[in-house]
Structure formats: structure tokens, C-alpha cells
Design a protein around this ligand. Structure first.
Ligand code: SAH
Ligand code: SF4
Length: 343
């Protein structure tokens, strides 16, 4: 088992089982998340017996580096292999306000969105909490960068790996852990309604983003088959409840696909559906992938769509895409690498 898989409470129990005092757990936690050591031997103020027990019981190396891909805008995509050989990726994005990392939560994804490279792969397995945490620690180590922001928007549906997601969030947010502020963390979901409600009750002030992509069931079902289970109205109802409980703001992600969900009429329909909500719409230029037939909207269509939302006084941004030249859309580097391997 990976040591990063343990919650702080679990580490305390283990330390006590070893006949050690509780403060040893705090020391180990400090070495793991503040010092970010690569071996247990570096935990120099622990008794040798405890270092030996750690070595016998836990692993520290979760990820093996495979490939790095750097974009013209400085975005860096890291491809890693996990212990059973599956490939996962983490993307480091540089902004004027700091560095953010996009982490992967599952090998593949079962939600199967028709526009998404990852959606074409059946889920092989969930990543453990430690494998998600290790993406941050390993990427910081490899790139000699500090990471201040986390977006849980890589391959996978985080709410389909809910328990590991929440363990991950607690460890990275813990001031004794990686100490990344909850407001610096965003989790994106395709709209798993019961989990949106559970997330509201979780009590961590993490940002929530919901992939809406369409204001009506016809369009949304054509893009996201999950819409047959949790349709637009149910997702919006869950978001309203989330807003009521948390008093926070939600982001709706909306990828712009040419002639599919990007007309002025659709923009009006979207505005009518969400007006009055404490929500923010993030318009994302679609990243074309070989796995799907869709085209990115023309700039003019995106701007017209944006203008309609503005007119309705909806908070909206038209995101400039990052890492387009390295295929930073989720799943692409991994799938291209896999294709090369097959040739
Ligand atoms: N499964 C979660 C989080 C991972 S996907 C979710 O769907 O929300 C993160 C975001 O990337 C989602 O909004 C998704 O719709 C978007 N996305 C996926 N493929 C994309 C592509 N080719 N171009 C642009 N955005 C894409
Ligand atoms: Fe899964 Fe998100 Fe891709 Fe849909 S967009 S297939 S939910 S990773």
C-alpha cells in the first residue's frame, strides 16, 4: 500500500500499533507533505525500528515518469505509469497568479461522453487517494516547481471515485498536509446528482465545477449519455441545493462545439435556465480529438454566445485554451502514446 493512501487518522492508528507515541505520526506526515521526501530513510529523526516498519509496510514511489510534453505557452504534460502499468497524466499550467495542476482520478472513464478522448476508454480502475496525491508531489519534484492550485479535471469522473477523492482532498487541504487552500482547489463533475448533494455536506470549501455543455436534454444527451440518468433539470436542481447549503458559487463548464451547442438561440435558452443562480459560466473552446467528429466553434460564434450571456447579466468568461499544441485535452497524450506503442 502507498503511504499517501492513508488519512492522518489512519496513520496515527498505525503508529500506535507499532507501539510508538502519536507525535511520530505528525513527524511522518511532516516529512511526507512538507519536506516531500523520496525515501523513508530521509525521515532522519525517527527511530530506526519505525523506519524499518515503514519500509516493510508501505511504498513511497507511486509513479514512474514516462514522458514529458511542453507546450509553447509553457503548459507541461507529464505522463506517468502506475504500479500495474496503466498510464495516467498530470498537466501543469502556469498562470500569472501561480501554478496549477490538473490531476487524473481514474484509469479511463465510464461516463463515456462522445466528445472526450477519455470517454472512449472503459474505466480500468479507480486511482487511490495516494496515486492522486503523488501526481502533485512527483510533478513538483520533477519540474522543480511549486504548485498552488489544483483542478480535478484530468481523466476520470471524480464523483465516481468519491471516497478516494475525499481522502485526497482532506490530505492536500490539511495545513499539516500539502496545505493547499480549499479555495485553490476545484473539482469538476459530469453531474452525478447524489454526489453533488453529498459534496455540499462535506464541509470543505472546495470549488465545484459542473460540466453542463447544453441547456436542454436533446443536445446534452447527444454529448453525455449520463444525461439519461441525471438530466439537465435534475443537475440544476442539485446545484441549486448545493448553492443553498454552501452559500458558494458554482462554475458551469460549457465546451463550444461548432453548430451543436453554440447558437444564439441556445445561449438564450441557457441564460433563461440558469439566471438568478450564483453561477459562473466558463466557455471553453473545444479541443478537437481524433476519437470524436466534433469541430471547435468559430471565434465569432463563441463571441456571439458570450454576448448573449452578458446581456442576461450572467457571469461568463471565454477561456483561452492552454496547451492546445500538446493536446492538453484530457486523455489525449495518454491515448497518443498508447497508439505509438501499438505501431
Ligand atoms: N469527468 C469530469 C472531469 C474531467 S473532464 C467532467 O467531465 O467534468 C474535465 C473537463 O474537460 C470537462 O468539462 C470536460 O467536458 C472537458 N473536456 C473533455 N474533453 C474535452 C475536449 N476535447 N475539449 C475541451 N474540453 C474537454
Ligand atoms: Fe469522463 Fe469527464 Fe471525459 Fe465525460 S468529459 S468522458 S465524464 S472524463
Amino acid at each position: 500500500m502507498l503511504i499517501y493512501d492513508l488519512s492522518y487518522e489512519q496513520l496515527v492508528s498505525w503508529v500506535k500499533e507499532q507501539g510508538e507515541k502519536q507525535y511520530r505520526a505528525r513527524q511522518i506526515w511532516h516529512f511526507l507533505y512538507q519536506m516531500k521526501v523520496a525515501t523513508f530513510e530521509e525521515m532522519h529523526n525517527l527511530p530506526q525500528t519505525l523506519v524499518d516498519a515503514l519500509n516493510e509496510t508501505y511504498k513511497l514511489n507511486a509513479l514512474e515518469f514516462v514522458l514529458k510534453s511542453v507546450s509553447n505557452d509553457g503548459t507541461i504534460k507529464q505522463l506517468y505509469s502506475v504500479y500495474d502499468g496503466h498510464l495516467i497524466e498530470a498537466v501543469l499550467m502556469k498562470h500569472h497568479y501561480g501554478n496549477s495542476i490538473c490531476v487524473t482520478t481514474q484509469v479511463g472513464c465510464n461516463i463515456g461522453c462522445s466528445f472526450c478522448a477519455s470517454g472512449q476508454l472503459q474505466k480500468k480502475r479507480d486511482l487511490t487517494a495516494g496515486e492522486i496525491i503523488a501526481q502533485i508531489i512527483e510533478t513538483e519534484r520533477q519540474l522543480e516547481e511549486k504548485i498552488q492550485y489544483i483542478v480535478v479535471m484530468g481523466i476520470g469522473e471524480p464523483f465516481d471515485n468519491y471516497k478516494n477523492l475525499t481522502t485526497f482532498l482532506k490530505t492536500v487541504n490539511d495545513p499539516k498536509g500539502l496545505s493547499i487552500g480549499a479555495r485553490h482547489i476545484t473539482v469538476s463533475t459530469s453531474g452525478i446528482v447524489p454526489k453533488i448533494k453529498a459534496f455540499a455536506e462535506l464541509g470543505i470549501q472546495v470549488n465545484l465545477a459542473v460540466s453542463l455543455h447544453a441547456p436542454n436534454d436533446d443536445i446534452r444527451t447527444s454529448l453525455m449519455k449520463i444525461n439519461k440518468t441525471y438530466n439537465v433539470d435534475r443537475v440544476l436542481e442539485a446545484v441549486r441545493e448545493y448553492l443553498k447549503i454552501t452559500k458558494r458559487r458554482v462554475t458551469f463548464e460549457y465546451i463550444m462545439i461548432q453548430e451543436l451547442n453554440d447558437s444564439v438561440e441556445v445561449a438564450k435558452e441557457l441564460a433563461e435556465k440558469i439566471k438568478g443562480m450564483n453561477a459562473y459560466v466558463n466557455l471553453i473552446p473545444y479541443n478537437e480529438v481524433i476519437e470524436a467528429p466534433y469541430k471547435r466553434s468559430d471565434r465569432a460564434r463563441m463571441e456571439a454566445f458570450y454576448d448573449v450571456l452578458k446581456k442576461y447579466k450572467i457571469q461568463v468568461t471565454l477561456r483561452k485554451e492552454q496547451g492546445h499544441d500538446i493536446n492538453a485535452a484530457c486523455g489525449q497524450l495518454r491515448s497518443q502514446h498508447a497508439q505509438k506503442e501499438m505501431l
